[in-house]
Each structure stands twice: as C-alpha cells, then as structure tokens.
Design a protein around this ligand. Structure first.
Ligand SMILES: Cc1cc2nc3c(=O)[nH]c(=O)nc-3n(C[C@H](O)[C@H](O)[C@H](O)COP(=O)(O)OP(=O)(O)OC[C@H]3O[C@@H](n4cnc5c(N)ncnc54)[C@H](O)[C@@H]3O)c2cc1C
Length: 377
C-alpha cells in the first residue's frame, strides 16, 4: 500500500513495540496504547533464538540487543549434579549468535527507543475503552479520553488480551496446562556460557540461562494447582524444596536465592484462537492470538515474526483486508506448529500422556526444532 496507514497498537510489549518500529520505519502513523504506566517488564531474562534475532536485525536493533545481552551457539545438557551429557550446536541465521539471553527490561528499553526513534507515539497508562469498526476505519476512544480513527487496530495485548474478549467473548480463553514456571535472576557462573539444561528424574528439569556477563536466570517447571501462589515470605525456600534433587550448578545457583520477592512465578497457559485472527479491521497477534508454553523459548520470537510479517504484508498487499488475510495464511501454520510442539515437549518432560500426533511431532525434539525455525518465516 502506497498510502501511509494510521495504525493503533493495543499493548506495548515485545510484539507491539516491534510492530510499531517496523511500521513507523515504513512511514506509517503509529500509536501504541500501553496499560502499564511506563516501559517496564518482568525482572527476569528471555531467550531470543536465531529467528527472533533475525527480526531484530530487520528492524535495526540487533547490535543494541547483542550489547545488552549474552550470546551463545551451544545447548548443554547435564545430569542433575552437573555432569555434561551432551553439547548440541544450535543453528545460526546470518552472523548473529544462535541465541541470545537478555534481561527483559533491557529488551523493552531497546525496542521502546527504536519505536520512538522511528516516529511511533508511545502512550502509557491507557487502554481502549470504546471501539467501533465501520468497515472503512475504526473509531477508538482511549481511557485518557482521546479519540481517533484508525485504518487498523492491532491487539498485541498479551495472553490475557482484552481485545480478544471484545472480539470473541470468552470463546478462546487461556487454558491452564497444570504446570507453572519459577524464575529468578542470580549471578552468572563462569562455566554457564549458554543454556545449561539439567535434567533430573523424568519430571524435573532446571535451566540456567546467561543474560549478561554478570547475570543468568534459573528457571524450572513444576506441576502446580491452578490457585497455588508462592508464599511471599518463603518463595525462595519453596523453589529450593522443588529443586532438592539437583546438585552442581543448579544447587550453587540456589544458594544465591535469598530474597523471596526476587522469585517470579508464572502459570503456564496457552491460547488458540480457532477463528480468523481478525474481525474486520481489528486483528490479534502474538500471545493474544496464539500463546504457547515456553518449552521451545519461541513465544516472543513468534510475536516479533508476526510483527515483521504484518508490516511487510501491509506494504505488499492492495488494502488492509487483503494484507490481514495474506499475513494470517503465512503466520498461522508456523505459530500452531510451535504451539503444538511446545505443548508436546511439556507433556513429554512432565510424564503426561501424549497423543499419536504429539509423538510424531516429538520425533523432531528441541534441537531439531531449532533447525526448522531457523528457516525463513
Ligand atoms: C515462563 C515463561 C518464559 C518464557 N520464555 C521465553 C523465551 O525465552 N523466549 C521467547 O521467545 N518467549 C518466551 N516466553 C513467551 C513470551 O514472553 C511471550 O510470548 C511474549 O512476551 C509475547 O509477546 P506479546 O507482545 O504478544 O505480549 P506481551 O509481551 O505479554 O505484551 C503484552 C502487552 O500488552 C499490555 N496490555 C495488557 N492489557 C492491556 C490493555 N488492556 N491495554 C493496553 N495494553 C495492555 C501489557 O501490559 C504488555 O505490555 C516465555 C513465557 C513464559 C510464561
């Protein structure tokens, strides 16, 4: 489309800021409406696999990410006491490392600065309160009282997406998997030069992920009741109890975990929107449309791929409806493949029975998935 579009992005997380940057760099008028009061993020890290790094290169922030994070090319598998069982080289895209660990607040800062520099308007502490799509445009009122007419509204508003509820009612709510993730940032041990995956008995796994020269995070998944919440006074002890079978680097990392408030607890859910991801000129993307379990570390990678491909579809197609259809045709199969394999890996690792379809998917495994996902998206 030759004409600059007016695009409202609901949600200034990883996907929303990537889309804002990509669109503003093409000359479109972009506003991001973010509920939080400022550009912040959970105080733990995130893995950017090679396909996410490729998107970062395309929107001009790869060097900033590499400076803020810690790159690696090899996945190390250990036994529970830290003896190395395997070192698995990971595929690269271009010259970037195969993967990068980065603190989430640092990634938010990089993407926020890029979106602003490209000309996008970031607004905080606000949300959509009214929305009316007449087929040619969408009239929106925000909580701050401002009104505007947009060619496209994009819901990059996360797994709990209020826009999804507005479009589909309760039909595609997050489905709790029965498992939750515990994460905490600790000093990086010198030998942790890439993800170190330590597998205990059939149902226990701990990951150490470097995110800077100085820091790494410890992550682990356990079965938890849906209404369980860690005790604010002793979350660090509850995590240590769950990881009692581990020695080596995991046990050493645990000795650094002394503040219960530093432990981040997230229930693992997934979302599958089984109808088209757009209704008229309002579209869902990233976690709002297809949140996965984190077992391939691909949720944010899918969100940033969604963002870049959406920006390109809007450039290539004649009009907004055609762009949304072309975009979804390209994105849905890959996002669903990631979701299905991620869920299958969760089941395999936690001893949950799998279906024949999941057994078929699991033949590829985590290292094989990296080789599939390094292919163009
Ligand atoms: C334990 C765990 C570990 C993970 N590890 C990885 C990993 O290593 N690598 C990876 O690629 N992915 C990982 N993920 C997944 C990744 O975090 C998500 O897939 C990614 O953040 C999705 O991006 P998004 O932009 O769609 O949503 P988000 O990043 O969640 O952003 C949504 C934004 O919308 C805003 N918002 C919400 N409601 C409103 C509203 N009403 N109005 C305005 N704004 C609103 C939120 O404040 C937020 O800023 C992990 C997920 C979990 C749970």
């Amino acid at each position: 489309m030759a004409t600059p579009l007016r695009v409202l992005i609901h949600g200034g997380g990883i996907g929303g800021l990537t889309l804002a940057t990509a669109l503003a760099r093409c000359g479109h008028r972009v506003r991001v409406a973010e509920l939080r009061g400022e550009l912040d993020a959970l105080g733990v890290g995130i893995i950017q696999p090679s396909n996410a790094l490729h998107v970062m290169r395309e929107i001009g922030v790869l060097d900033a990410c590499l400076t803020a994070g810690f790159g690696w090319d090899t996945l190390t598998i250990c036994d529970p006491v830290g003896n190395t069982l395997a070192k698995i080289p990971q595929p690269r895209m271009d010259e970037a490392p195969a993967s990068l660990g980065i603190p989430r607040p640092a990634l938010a800062a990089v993407l926020g600065a890029a979106a602003t520099a490209a000309g996008a308007e970031l607004t905080f502490g606000t949300t959509v309160t009214e929305l009316a799509d007449d087929g040619d445009g969408v009239d929106v009122t925000l909580a701050d009282g401002s009104t505007g007419r947009w060619d496209l509204v994009v819901g990059f508003d996360g797994i709990g997406s209020p826009l999804r509820k507005r479009l589909y009612g309760g039909r595609f709510a997050p489905e709790y998997t029965g498992f939750a993730n515990w994460r905490v940032t600790v000093p990086r041990q010198p030998e942790v030069q890439g993800v170190l995956m330590s597998t205990g008995d059939r149902t226990a796994k701990a990951l150490l992920t470097p995110i800077t020269e100085e820091l790494m995070y410890l992550g682990a998944v356990f079965a938890e009741a849906e209404d369980f919440r860690p005790d604010p006074e002793r979350a660090h002890e509850q995590l240590a109890e769950r990881l009692a079978a581990f020695g080596g680097p995991v046990a050493e990392a645990l000795t650094e975990v002394t503040d219960p408030a530093a432990v981040v607890y997230s229930r693992i859910s997934q979302v599958t929107v089984e109808e088209p991801w757009h209704v008229g000129r309002v579209v869902l993307a990233g976690d709002a449309a297809h949140a996965s379990t984190p077992h391939l570390a691909q949720g944010a990678a899918m969100a940033v791929e969604d963002a870049l491909v959406l920006a390109r579809s809007l450039e290539e197609e004649e009009n907004v409806p055609a762009a949304l259809a072309a975009w979804e045709a390209r994105r849905r199969p890959r996002a669903m493949w990631v979701q299905n394999l991620s869920r299958a890996v969760l089941k395999q690792e936690t001893g949950t029975p799998t279906t024949p379809e999941e057994d078929e998917l699991l033949k590829i495994g985590i290292p094989g998935a990296a080789h599939v996902l390094v292919q163009p998206y």
